[in-house]
Design a protein around this ligand. Sequence first.
Ligand SMILES: NC(=O)c1ccc[n+]([C@@H]2O[C@H](COP(=O)([O-])OP(=O)(O)OC[C@H]3O[C@@H](n4cnc5c(N)ncnc54)[C@H](OP(=O)(O)O)[C@@H]3O)[C@@H](O)[C@H]2O)c1
Length: 322
Amino acid sequence: MDFNPDELPYVNPNEERRVALVTGGNSGIGWFTVLHLYLHGYVVYIGGRSFTRVSKCIKEIEEEANKRRSAVIEEDLNQRFLGELRFVEIDLLSLKSVEEAAIVMNATEPRIDLLILNAGVMALPYGLTKDNFEIQFQTNYISHFLLTQRILPLIQGRIIFVSSVGHHFEVTPFDRSWTFNYKPNIIFTWFRYAMAKTSGIQYMKLLSLKHPEIHSYSVHPGFVMNTNLFSYWTRLPIFGVFFWLFFQVFGYFFGCSNEEGSYATLKCALSPETLLEENGSYFKFGGKISQPSRVASNINYAASNWVWTVRELRNRGFEDLS
Ligand SMILES: NC(=O)c1ccc[n+]([C@@H]2O[C@H](COP(=O)([O-])OP(=O)(O)OC[C@H]3O[C@@H](n4cnc5c(N)ncnc54)[C@H](OP(=O)(O)O)[C@@H]3O)[C@@H](O)[C@H]2O)c1
């Protein structure tokens, strides 16, 4: 791979304070995203639902960062500065929790340079959140929409939505009210995931048009088989072993490491603007520009999705979002 995050620009926190908020930064792809932002001098808020898990991750990332810095020559070290790691509580399964996290961010920071909408769940069985949205749809998309809209005035840099190549399963525009509560789960769960990941791409595209001063991108990180994303399947009694084996074999031929999975996000987050493509673009593994599906690219579908999302949130008491 011809991408090296160490070559991305560094900031000196003593001269300039740059702030990033990364949802789901405590494991998998998000863990390495946070590590590199921290190594590049950013104050990184890790948005997570478990104080224990995030605290553990902060300790691990600090250790890993120090290890990596000890391998850097002194001349380079003088140009590189560690940032800061912080916890912000956010449970995407609860819109109230999202709203509270937004209140905390608005009260704590005057500006946010990077918002990375990374948290996600995949291929779970059908279920509804207490806000009455399908679980995958709310976690991956709805909650990220609410969070973003609530802190939009703070954002003075870039927004990156971690989507997936799996968004292509939305082969024709699905009605957003469909929950695909059909059997077998192993098929219909992908439609739910696809709808959420397509919605995120559409949202980034529309944000780039409504707010061209902010750069909004979506990415497919690659096939990253050793994260917790697959744990529902690998922990199934008996069958779990077969799924684990399948994911490992698949990963061996087509996959990448957890760290490489963070590269598309990092490229969109830190590359100088001139190196990036048009605002609103979609990037695939390694940060190469790509074309999302026909449904995800369609601006009319994107607009009706936005209207639908605002209306549904308003029906649940969340006003002033358009
Ligand atoms: N791995 C792949 O091959 C792949 C491919 C395409 C796209 N993606 C996307 O990449 C992103 C990162 O996935 P990953 O592979 O790194 O998986 P992961 O290790 O499972 O990370 C997911 C992160 O999301 C967080 N999260 C899940 N539900 C949450 C909730 N309700 N509230 C707050 N945080 C929540 C998790 O926190 P907890 O630790 O608290 O659960 C975790 O930190 C996801 O959006 C995924 O869809 C991954």
